[in-house]
Design a protein around this ligand. Structure first.
Ligand code: 13P
Ligand code: SF4
Length: 343
């Protein structure tokens, strides 16, 4: 990165002082992370928002994260993104009008279906969760929140990530006969009502393309060539990958597992490669760390130091991330239920 871009970010940060805070998800490029005041996974970042006093919050990540920040921020705080086109492919797989229609149908049949949305979802989905007595979860608290949701009603609709849904359900001791993946083709006209009736957990058929790139073959090849290596993966991976790995957990779990690994270990990590490369470089002296396979999130990668510098130059007049006021309150309710259940 050119010295002038870095310098211009540092100068802007000095000028804005306590009126500015920069947050970034661990999947961001190093050149962005270097300038963040707080780097974290989805849960850590969401938890930090209510404590922020800065007038201007710059969020380096994807749109649902900045939306979440905007919902949790005070009305006088503004949330900005260096690139507003950075979206999440998985979040886009659960369009609110369709989810709303399906939830309405399920409730019309007399069942109390509690929606539990992975935080990787739009504000409109979070608002539906708020309205229907549900909540939100991240990969770091999915088991706690799924248990919570199961206590609130007859069934849980987990969305959008089917893989996180299955992996979490297994952690709670559920098995394949307890869940059913909804067939949402035809706008919900093909739902299998008898299968729905028998399931405790209804799964929305979304996934993260970045984590779905890891396959059993990748694990088997490492088991053969380096049997001593440990393989750790994110729970957005296919359930068969999670089951074959030595450990699975959120971004913060993966970072902790690396910090706690014994010197000399070899680790393969199945998650977004910006994070894996950062860990590889940070622990180069003591550990041998490799991506299970190189898989990058192109949307997370849209934010660059130069876009961050340009945004800081245009503050406070840059476009802000705003949430439709009609969904602000129910979306906040869903997020607060999560923050309350996972204190
Ligand atoms: P976590 O930060 O909850 O681990 O989620 C990973 C992810 O895919 C974020 O988009
Ligand atoms: Fe979405 Fe997957 Fe990218 Fe995370 S890594 S932002 S879940 S597409």
């Amino acid at each position: 990165m050119s010295q002038s871009i870095s310098e211009s970010i540092r100068t802007a940060k000095r000028q804005w002082g306590e009126d500015l805070v920069i947050l970034g998800h661990h999947y961001q490029h190093d050149e962005v992370i270097e300038h963040t005041d707080i780097a974290g996974d989805s849960l850590e970042l969401a938890r930090k928002i209510p404590d922020q006093r800065a007038k201007h919050i710059v969020f380096c990540g994807v749109d649902f994260m900045a939306e979440t920040a905007s919902i949790l921020a005070q009305p006088e705080q503004q949330v900005y993104m260096p690139d507003h086109t950075a979206s999440c492919v998985m979040a886009d797989m659960a369009p609110a009008p369709l989810v709303s229609r399906i939830l309405e149908n399920l409730h019309r049949e007399g069942r109390r279906v509690i929606p539990l949305a992975y935080v990787n979802s739009s504000a409109a989905i979070k608002a539906l969760c708020g309205q229907y007595g549900g909540s939100v979860c991240t990969s770091a608290n999915a088991p706690t929140m799924l248990k919570w949701a199961m206590q609130q009603g007859d069934q849980v609709l987990f969305l959008p990530d089917q893989h996180l849904g299955v992996n979490t359900a297994r952690q709670l001791g559920l098995s394949a006969q307890d869940w059913h993946k909804l067939d949402i083709r035809g706008g919900g006209t093909r739902l299998d009502h008898s299968a729905i009736e028998q399931a405790t957990l209804l799964l929305w058929p979304g996934l993260c393309a970045v984590h779905a790139r890891f396959h059993l073959d990748h694990i088997q090849a490492i088991r053969e060539s380096e049997p001593e290596a440990r393989i750790l993966v994110h729970p957005e991976c296919h359930p068969e990958v999670v089951q074959a790995a030595d450990g699975a957990g959120s971004t913060s779990f993966l970072i902790r597992a690396v910090q706690e690994a014994s010197a000399g270990s070899t680790l393969y990590i199945g998650t977004e490669c910006n994070l894996v490369y950062r860990l590889r470089d940070r622990y180069r002296e003591t550990l041998s760390i490799h991506p299970l396979r190189v898989s990058a999130c192109s949307n997370m990668g849209k934010t660059s130091a130069s876009k961050l510098a340009s945004l800081l130059e245009t503050l406070p007049d840059a476009p802000i991330m705003s949430v439709d006021p009609s969904i602000q309150a129910p979306a906040l309710l869903a997020l607060e239920r999560m923050l309350e259940a996972c204190r």
